[in-house]
Design a protein. Structure first.
Length: 472
């Protein structure tokens, strides 16, 4: 069994002193993988102090030197890419082939793309008799979830470090491989001591970080329930917050759009990483006339998805993270069964592999708009299909949850798709299957969060403008 039992504080590894641990299991076999040792508030104090002391030197180093170090981190991560992809796949359950591309290669590209912003971003501008300088916010607490662990860490660390902030990271205690790899990568890259500190822990460590008086900003990704608590605590001393939270994103198929393509893309999005994706499309909104054809296409699409061993190259659907996660998802499915919706695929008794935390890809049609399934994030492979009578109806349904992270619009042409996209309260809307753009802002309206990650928008989150006036 692997023991994840070291913090990174002030450039050195430090053994976790406290005795509490969390057991991690292989998602596909349920065999124990290892133990994560959990730190405490004392560790947070040491890490924040190291970050505070490292701040002036890191700022003075200049953006080009910081960008060079970001590229060195990317190179070091690349050299351990295979191990990282394996580790994350075993923890989270994502098929290995996808894990390589999405869990590892995409974040490495993001470290490099963020470094490249050093060449184009204007840190100083002239406004009348003022010189406006973008200065780093200061010491950042980064708290991240388990579902895309390296990606979510990268979305905070790379821009924070480029901006000149120093960071204390508390990664998810449920997916430790990514931060362990990152720790080694930062050592190899020669990041100066204290610039990045990593404290292993759970809610106790997260709470200590959020309430620490020397932390200037909290950048949090996780559930809306925890995000609300964290934002309220951070407001106590007016820390800047950035919140990337849950979602219940919808795809709308407008009259005359390509239904077959819409169904294919929706199924791919909903069941990616077994539904453990914040921006997954988990509601499909179709016209009542299209419903019978949509139903048949959905059933066919799911029948072709192989569920099984994440290491097998033909597997499309792996297991969920843990027994607890499977239990939560099955509770949503049980409730949907009681709602009397039209089960199109999967369900509580659908066959799954004998070992591993599997839930069969499940689809319900004619889902009531006021049901829990239509409104709450499941974080598992469950799609809800809702029917509309008019396009206004469809827009109201899409905007009808408290979330607002992503959406897809399928339309006869781009102009009508854009018109509907403009009516949606969602941070990311793709029209007719357009691909993800890592340089575009990513984040949510409403209960999906505050602030944006990605590209220049992600960098600006970690900067404060300071205006200096001159007697001109
Ligand atoms: P979670 O909210 O349970 O935990 C997230 C992090 O917060 C973990 O590191 C956890 O240890 C820490 N934490 C828990 N309680 C805390 C507390 N009281 N104070 C401070 N920190 C605390 O979420 P999760 O289960 O790890 O991740 C799944 C959730 O994350 C889903 O809701 C998903 O939609 C969301 N998510 C959002 C995005 C996005 O970009 N919007 C991306 C990925 C995941």
């Amino acid at each position: 069994m692997i023991q994840w039992n070291e913090h990174l504080i002030n450039g050195a590894r430090r053994a976790v002193r406290e005795g509490r641990t969390v057991r991690i299991h292989d998602a596909a076999t349920e065999a124990p993988l290892g133990e994560v040792h959990l730190g405490n508030a004392g560790d947070v104090d040491e890490a924040v102090e190291a970050a505070r002391l490292a701040l002036p030197g890191w700022q003075q180093m200049g953006v080009d030197a910081r960008a060079a170090l970001l590229r060195a981190v990317a190179d070091a991560l690349e050299s351990m890419g295979q191990d990282l992809a394996h580790g994350i796949s075993r923890e989270v359950g994502m098929p290995l082939k996808l894990s390589q591309r999405i869990q590892v290669e995409a974040p490495i590209a993001a470290w490099r793309a963020t470094a490249a912003l050093a060449d184009t971003f204007s840190f100083v501008s002239e406004v009348g008799n003022s010189r406006v300088t973008q200065v780093p916010v200061g010491v950042v607490a980064a708290i991240t979830p388990w579902n895309y662990p390296l990606h979510q860490i990268t979305g905070k660390l790379a821009p924070a470090l480029l901006a000149g902030c120093t960071v204390v990271l508390k990664p998810s205690e449920l997916a430790p491989a990514a931060s362990a790899g990152l720790m080694a990568a930062c050592e190899r890259a020669g990041l100066p001591p204290g610039v990045l500190n990593i404290v292993l822990g759970d809610a106790e460590v997260g709470h200590a970080l959020v309430t620490h008086p020397d932390v200037h900003m909290v950048s949090f990704t996780g559930s809306t329930a925890v995000g609300r608590k964290v934002a309220a605590l951070a407001a106590g001393d007016m820390k800047r917050v950035s919140m990337e939270l849950g979602g219940k994103s919808a795809a709308m198929v407008l009259p005359g759009a390509d239904l077959a393509r819409a169904v294919k893309a929706t199924v791919a999005s909903c069941f990616l990483n077994s539904g453990q994706t914040c921006s997954a499309i988990t509601r499909l909104i179709v016209s009542r006339e299209d419903y019978p054809a949509c139903r048949a296409l959905l059933a066919e699409a799911v029948a072709g998805m192989r569920m099984g061993d994440p290491a097998d190259a033909s597997t499309r659907i792996g297991p969920l993270l843990s027994a607890l996660q499977r239990e939560r998802v099955l509770a949503h499915i049980a409730e949907a069964e009681q709602g009397g919706f039209d089960r199109i695929a999967g369900g509580p008794d659908a066959p799954v592999p004998e070992h591993g935390y599997f839930v069969a890809p499940t689809i319900y049609g004619n889902v009531a708009p006021d049901s829990r399934l239509a409104n709450e994030e499941v974080f598992g492979p469950v799609l809800a299909v809702l029917c509309y009578e008019t396009v206004e109806d469809a827009i109201a349904l899409a905007n009808g949850t408290r979330y607002g992270l992503a959406a897809s619009v399928w339309a006869v042409d781009e102009a009508s798709g854009e018109a509907v996209a403009n009516a949606l309260r969602a941070g990311q809307v793709d029209v007719n299957g357009a691909r993800f753009n890592a340089a575009a802002p990513f984040g949510g309206f409403g209960m999906s969060g505050v602030g944006r990650e990605g590209g220049v928008y992600g960098l600006e989150e970690f900067l404060e403008p300071r205006a200096i006036q001159f007697p001109r």
